[in-house]
Design a protein around this ligand. Structure first.
Ligand SMILES: NC(=O)c1ccc[n+]([C@@H]2O[C@H](COP(=O)([O-])OP(=O)(O)OC[C@H]3O[C@@H](n4cnc5c(N)ncnc54)[C@H](O)[C@@H]3O)[C@@H](O)[C@H]2O)c1
Length: 480
């Protein structure tokens, strides 16, 4: 499975979005928080099919450098005209990827003055997303911004307001799982009722490392290790959990209504003020729960011989489960588990499973079926057998109207190409502004509930936005 995780080392359809909690949507922002209105014409300049979109890139550090090097260089829908970074080595490295052709900038505002530039990619640290996005949108640019989209409740309000003033400018957030065929298959299975009603999701992203980057010049500590400090970062919630809470929102079809949890700085006591382990429970409108864990001291995944990146989502429904594990190569398993009250149906369904294959046995034994390739390390070690079962599972799903595609392109490549095509043709991203804002709200409130040691409701974000509450300064973690 191509890499959808990439936290350094996934159809947001209209109906789902409409269901999303509009926690901060109706907010009338305090005038002081609103971005300044300017009279840049709201036109799409790259509409003609086949025309390349001219873009600028802001902040080519670890993430940005990867997106440029692995993907954008190869995507001909766009043309990189300018790159900006305040850190000379990163700027130079990125410029070199394009044989020195893009114009280098160290001040992003100068880049935004370039009228040829129609769109910008923003991959700066989290605390700089919003100021750059506001300036870019006001300069008439379309914006792709890495997750998490915004940092403070006031920014949720401000970005919604600005987008409402400029609806023709594309805003996309870098939540690439929404562009993964595998995650989309899981979504389709859920929509077709294959696993019944989702009641719970369990997700984890466990690592065994400090996250600390080496710093030669101590004066650069904050700049290099920004993700360890609350002034700049949302910690594990922003950097890892954001991807998985977005998967949960997408699969459930709603944003959460509350969150509670416990976090601490219990192992990496090295001056950081973000939590080094977090345990959270999100509650969704119909009582669904997302149970979430992220730790930095062990990356074991239950039932796995190789821990990989310690990242997994298990979606539990009344008739089965889907498990997506980002071991190297990636894997998706489907476990059928019809509710005992539905055994009559199950018998019927069971007949469609009998095809002389061992599938019925596997299902009976609860072993699960691989729906996503990359299953080479399954316990039998018999790849031929597994391939046969994958084919069987695919045929069964196909008969239910579910296409199980191959992951034709890397989801990161697809999210970037898709953004440029949306800019050119006027489309709406799968990871659009509402997806991004709901995701950011979850990040902020998850940290907040741990800080305050209480259950926090998503409806609170509205007032916080109006009051200009800065949650990142909300107090050091209790165990610090
Ligand atoms: N979608 C994903 O899977 C994924 C993976 C990793 C990181 N990210 C996100 O990407 C963003 C960047 O993370 P990173 O690890 O690359 O950080 P980084 O520190 O490696 O890179 C950030 C870059 O931005 C530059 N920068 C900072 N302020 C700037 C400014 N005012 N103008 C221009 N450039 C500026 C820095 O010099 C640096 O080169 C974060 O929001 C992070 O959450 C997303």
């Amino acid at each position: 499975m191509p890499d959808v995780k990439t936290e350094n080392a996934g159809n947001s359809n209209g109906a789902n979005r409409r269901n999303f909690v509009k926690a901060a949507g109706a907010a009338t922002a305090a005038a002081a928080m609103l971005p300044r209105a300017r009279s840049t014409p709201l036109v799409r300049t790259a509409k003609a099919a086949g025309k390349q979109v001219t873009y600028g890139f802001i902040g080519p550090g670890s993430r940005g450098g990867r997106l440029l090097e692995r993907h954008l260089r190869r995507i001909d829908v766009g043309h990189c005209a300018a790159i900006c970074d305040i850190y000379e080595p990163n700027l130079q490295k990125a410029i070199n990827l394009f044989d020195g052709k893009p114009t280098p900038y160290t001040d992003y505002r100068k880049l935004l003055e370039n009228k040829d530039i129609e769109a910008v990619f923003i991959t700066t640290p989290l605390y700089m997303h919003y100021p750059i996005m506001v300036d870019a949108l006001e300069a008439g640019k379309h914006v792709f911004c890495e997750k998490s989209l915004v940092f403070t409740p006031a920014e949720v309000v401000g970005l919604r307001e600005l987008h409402a003033q400029r609806p023709n400018q594309v805003i996309q957030v870098g939540l690439q799982r929404r562009y993964s065929s595998f995650y989309r298959t899981a979504k389709e299975m859920i929509e077709k009722g294959v696993i019944g009603k989702i009641t719970h999701i369990q997700a984890q992203w466990h690592r065994n490392k400090s996250w600390r980057r080496g710093v030669k010049d101590p004066a650069r500590e904050d700049q290099i290790n920004w993700r360890l400090y609350r002034k700049y970062s949302g910690g594990l919630c922003a950097e890892l959990m954001s991807h998985q809470v977005d998967v949960a929102d997408w699969m459930i079809g709603s944003a959460p209504k509350s969150v509670m949890g416990v976090g601490g700085i219990d192992y990496w006591k090295d001056g950081r003020d973000i939590y080094d382990n977090i345990q959270l429970i999100f509650e969704y409108p119909e009582g669904e729960k997302l149970q979430y864990s992220s730790i930095m001291t062990n990356r074991h995944i239950q039932g796995r011989r190789t821990p990989g990146d310690g990242c997994r989502e298990v979606i539990l429904g009344t008739d089965g489960a889907i498990e997506i594990t980002l071991i190297p190569g990636g894997e998706g398993m489907w476990f059928r588990d019809p509710m005992s009250e539905k055994m009559g149906d199950q018998k019927e369904a069971q007949q469609t499973w009998v095809a002389g294959a061992t599938v019925a046995d596997m299902v009976g034994q609860g072993e699960g079926l691989p729906i996503i390739p990359g299953a080479q390390d399954l316990s039998s070690g018999d790849v031929g057998f597994i391939e046969k079962e994958v084919q069987f599972a695919k045929r069964w799903l196909y008969n239910k109207g579910i296409m199980v595609p191959e992951e034709d392109k890397d989801p990161e490549y697809k999210e970037l190409e898709s953004f440029l095509i949306d800019v050119r043709d006027g489309g709406t991203p799968k990871s659009d502004i509402e997806v991004g804002l709901n995701d950011s709200i979850a990040v902020m409130l998850a940290n907040h509930c741990m800080d305050e040691e209480r259950k926090v409701y998503f409806s609170e974000i509205d007032q916080m936005g109006r009051d200009g509450v800065n949650l990142s300064l909300g107090g050091a973690p209790k165990s610090a």
